[in-house]
Design a binder for this molecule. Structure first.
Ligand code: PLP
Length: 393
């Protein structure tokens, strides 16, 4: 009677959400202090002070209709102008307001971009390990996800990518800094990717797009550089989010930036407007469009994440775990000592440790630990990690 695919999506929560809900239930049963919840990428660092200042200023100066009314479908013009100007200044590019489309976060940006780009039968390449919702968005756009495995350094395995590309490939999603493993793709890697895609585009007679999913662009450590992909490969659409950079995940705000130099840029922008319309997005939240525009240079206090990163990485390595050293985002990717992430994540629950199995990230030997938690949580959880490890070696 109903749409079976939607029914099954609704009935089966993602592994991350499943664990998060379990954690809430467990905390009610045994006490929150006995549950170490590393499941969700919910920022633990408060929004920068500029956010509250911008909110107050907007609330005190704008009339209600401007503040709470509909904006243009693609977002308020002054907001889009501010976003484009900021990108141009930072990266030496030339985006205009009409290359920017304000969205309800990166999730909406991805769903809209995929819907705008894909037709039935298209393939979209996902680079493992990847954010599990990609598969949902790709299928909802009528396309088929094609997974490419990672190499030994969690960079792109080009030999596998070469085999995965086909005349049906419409796009590849690139997420750097990466959720779940925290790697950043270097300019050299991205150039090599660009060359491969350019070569295939010539061979197939149509462009292959990069969808750059960038919620973690600002969350980098040790002064690492995150190349802006449109400067490396022109057929790029950027899906950005303020969820993590301004610690505003519940406010649902981000944008799509269509590289004006990409193939069919004008038509693609209008297809994005059409996809947003077909998916019922109407417009992104008015107040937070304006807040974001005022806070484009604001940054979260990365010190706390950085301290957590070092503490967790060094402590778990000392216990004996094999970990990927994260360069960005706020996740630690850890190898399950038994090579079976699902069983390991299940065993961890018994020690009050909520860590996500990598199965849904296309990395079934690895688990993800979100370290956007208090430092105290990490310190208190370490004896449990030790006990867990000793069960498996
Ligand atoms: N892409 C990645 C890689 C993510 O980790 C997330 C959220 O955790 C999203 C997209 C969606 O973020 P948003 O809150 O901006 O929709």
């Amino acid at each position: 009677m109903f749409n079976d695919e939607m029914l099954s999506l609704g009935c089966k929560r993602s592994a991350i959400r499943e664990l998060f809900e379990f954690g809430k239930q467990r905390a009610a049963e045994v006490g929150a202090d006995k549950v170490y919840d590393f499941s969700l990428g919910n920022p633990s660092v408060p929004a920068p002070a500029e956010v509250k200042e911008a909110m107050l200023e907007l609330i005190n100066t704008l009339d209600d209709k401007t503040l709470h009314g509909y904006t243009s479908a693609q977002g308020d013009l002054s907001v889009r102008t501010a976003v484009a100007d900021s990108l141009n200044k930072k990266y030496g590019v030339s985006f205009g307001a009409d290359d920017i489309y304000m969205t309800c976060g990166a999730a909406a940006g991805l769903a809209i971009t995929l819907r705008a780009l894909c037709i039935e039968g298209d393939e979209v390449v996902l680079l493992a390990p990847y954010f599990p919702e990609y598969g949902v968005f790709v299928k909802a756009a009528g396309a088929t996800p094609v997974t490419v495995k990672f190499d030994g350094d969690f960079q792109i395995d080009f030999a596998s990518l070469e085999k995965a590309l086909s005349p049906k490939t419409k796009a590849i999603i690139v997420n750097s800094p990466n959720n779940p493993c925290g790697v950043i793709y270097s300019e050299k890697t991205l150039k090599k990717l660009g060359e491969m895609l350019t070569e295939r585009a010539k061979l197939y007679g149509h462009p292959l797009f990069i969808i750059a999913d960038e919620p973690y662009r600002e969350l980098v450590y040790d002064g690492e550089n995150v190349p802006f992909i449109p400067t490396v490969y022109s057929d790029t659409v950027v899906c950005y989010s303020f969820s993590k950079s301004l610690s505003l995940p519940g406010e649902r705000i981000g944008y799509i930036a269509v590289n004006p130099a990409c193939n069919g840029a004008r038509e693609l922008y209008f297809a994005i407007l059409g996809a947003g319309r077909a998916l019922g997005y109407v417009c992104a939240p008015s107040l937070f469009q304006r807040v974001a525009a005022k806070c484009l240079n604001a940054r979260p206090d990365l010190k706390a994440y950085d301290e957590n990163r070092t503490l967790l990485y060094t402590s778990l390595c000392k216990i004996g775990f094999e970990c990927v050293h994260p360069k960005g985002a706020f996740y630690l990717f850890v190898k399950a000592p038994n090579g079976d992430a699902a069983a390991f994540s299940e065993a961890a629950k018994k020690h009050g440790l909520l860590i996500v199995s990598g199965n849904d990230f296309a990395a079934p030997e690895w688990v993800r630990i979100a370290y956007c938690v208090s430092k105290d949580t990490i310190i208190k959880s370490l004896p449990s990690f030790e006990k867990l490890y000793s069960e498996f070696v």
